[in-house]
Write a new protein. Structure first.
Length: 123
C-alpha cells in the first residue's frame, strides 16, 4: 500500500466552516467520482475541530504553528497502480480537474503533501 498525506490549509478569504463544507460536499464527491480511473483505493478527510479550545490548549502546551485545517489521506495498492492511474488521458484529465478544484479552497503553497509507507504500531 502506498499512501498520500496532504496537510491542508484553507485560502485566507475562506472561513473554517466554509472550507470544511466545500471540501466535504464539493471536493469529496469529485474525488469519489474519479477514484476508479485514478485507481484510488481509499480516501479519508480529517477535519480540524471547529471548537478551537482543545487546539488552543495544545498550542499553549507544545508551542508550534497554527494547526492545519484538515488532512486528506489517499491510498493506492502500489506505486505501479498510482502510475497507471495517471498514465491514461482520462487519469491525467481527472488529476487536472481535482487540482483545479483544490485551487478554489486550498492554500496549495502552504499545504504540504507527500507519499509514504504506513507502519502500524497499534491496531
Amino acid at each position: 500500500m502506498i499512501k498520500l498525506t496532504f496537510c491542508l490549509r484553507r485560502l485566507p478569504h475562506i472561513s473554517p466552516g466554509e472550507f470544511q463544507t466545500y471540501w466535504f460536499e464539493n471536493h469529496g464527491p469529485l474525488v469519489r467520482a474519479r477514484a476508479e480511473v485514478l485507481r484510488i483505493k481509499r480516501y479519508v478527510q480529517t477535519h480540524t475541530m471547529l471548537d478551537d479550545a482543545y487546539n488552543q490548549l495544545l498550542r499553549q502546551a507544545r508551542g508550534g504553528p497554527e494547526p492545519y485545517d484538515g488532512v486528506a489521506e489517499l491510498w493506492w495498492d502500489s506505486l505501479d497502480d498510482l502510475a497507471r492511474g495517471n498514465a491514461t488521458p482520462e487519469g491525467r484529465r481527472a488529476g487536472a480537474e481535482l487540482l483545479e478544484d483544490e485551487k478554489k479552497f486550498i492554500d496549495l503553497a502552504n499545504s504540504p503533501l507527500w507519499f509514504g509507507d504506513e507502519h502500524v504500531v497499534v491496531g
